[in-house]
Write a protein that binds this ligand. Sequence first.
Ligand code: DX5
Ligand code: ZN
Length: 233
Amino acid sequence: MPAGTSARTLESMALQISPSILASDFGRLADELARISGADWAHVDVMDNHFVPNLTLGQPVVEALTKVSPIPVDCHLMIEDPDRWAPGYADAGARSVTFHAEAVHAPVRLARELRALGVRAGLGLRPATPVEPYLELLPEFDMILIMTVEPGFGGQEFLDVCLPKVRRTRDAVRRTGLDVWVQVDGGVSEATIERCADAGADVFVAGSAVFGAGDAAARIDRLRDLAAGACAH
Ligand code: DX5
Ligand code: ZN
């Protein structure tokens, strides 16, 4: 069986919280990671000031983070030319690497390369990018990231207009029977997470909602409970 087409069966949907360290104190990253040890992933936003109008951190910092993080690192690459750079983040120790559909030249080749390196491959979509052209490629991916803000900055207002795309993505994943996760990222909070879960998201990125809370661990549990409640309906 060629790489990237291994049979994956639909597993029961587990809800996961992936706090974005973009909203954390960059002067104390190891301590900030310890605050979210009860989460499923640490979401690390890599921005290159080209794909998005902001610059954050790169491979050497991700490598340092993966060494001290108590939970696996979920790397979100908001960069041009991920074909060239994304494998380096797998080498740096990230367990999940998401690149953007709008930036990649050869998505299938890159997803296969990432999987061959032993990491989960994710495909990110900006709010204005439809999912439909990529549905045939679902077997190549472990996760589809639906941006619920324009990528580039934390603390923005959640875009409800992206929810129909979350629902269509979940429906398509169900039809395939594959275990592809659907991640939402941007403006996810106590006020919006239920709508995301109801639409079919199962991985929730939350930056300011988690790191802005006095008790980050309690906020993670609260977000997880709200999402689970919405799914139970
Ligand atoms: C935005 C980043 C997000 C951001 C989310 O481009 O991809 O991960 O940190 O931050 P909040 O949750 O504050 O919207
Ligand atoms: Zn992100």
